[in-house]
Design a protein. Structure first.
Length: 205
């Protein structure tokens, strides 16, 4: 009897090992390719999401489908406004007696009769330039028929007395109210985004 002879099980193991190793390599390669595909898709989705949108919707509106649909329309109205056309903006605004505007160019108005005129006056200060607003939402909230957003609005605008566009950054608070099932702007407070300043600079002279 030859002491070096192999049993049937040992011979089967030796025969099958290269096949199993090859199968393992193929499965591992397929797994690596799949992970790479997922990573590439994720990068592309992230790229298109950030490059295609002017701004990111505030997180608080995600749970409210009607407000989620209204925000892009409202931002479009803002972009048209800074090109001299207040039509869509005014359509998105409440025309109630409690409507208010504390605008970036000073003073304030209350009631639609005054607020509407203020919007016309402010929009007329802009020239058509193709400007698009980009909104950086800092905070937001929704409760029933009321909602608010706090944001920074950035754009490159062209004013009536300027030949070239210039950057404009405003810190803005909006209060929205649902009227007859439709969201409307009730209050806007906007002023220029500036660095922190000395206390005395806000005192009236």
């Amino acid at each position: 009897m030859n002491s070096c002879s192999l049993s049937d099980d040992e011979q089967a193991t030796i025969t099958n090992t290269p096949m199993k190793l090859h199968a393992f390599k193929m499965e591992f390669k397929a797994l690596v390719l799949r992970v790479a595909e997922i990573a590439i898709v994720g990068v592309l989705l992230s790229f298109f999401a950030t490059s295609g949108a002017q701004s990111q919707a505030p997180s608080a509106v995600v749970g409210d489908s009607s407000l989620r649909a209204f925000i892009p329309q409202f931002e479009e109205g803002t972009s048209r406004f800074i090109n001299g056309d207040p039509t869509l903006w005014k359509q998105n605004a409440s025309q109630g007696d409690d409507a208010t505007i504390v605008g970036g160019w000073g003073a304030y108005e209350k009631g639609w009769k005054e607020v509407g005129l203020r919007y016309d006056w402010a929009a007329a200060r802009f020239r058509e330039s193709g400007a698009k607003v980009k909104v950086e939402y800092l905070s937001s909230g929704v409760s029933g028929d009321l909602a608010y957003t706090v944001a920074i609005e950035r754009s490159e605008v062209r004013l009536v007395d300027q030949d070239k566009p210039a950057p404009m950054a405003l810190r803005v608070t909006h209060i929205f109210r649902k009227e007859n099932g439709v969201w409307k702007l009730v209050h806007r407070h906007a002023d220029p985004l500036i660095d922190k300043t000395a206390p005395a600079t806000v005192l009236q002279k």
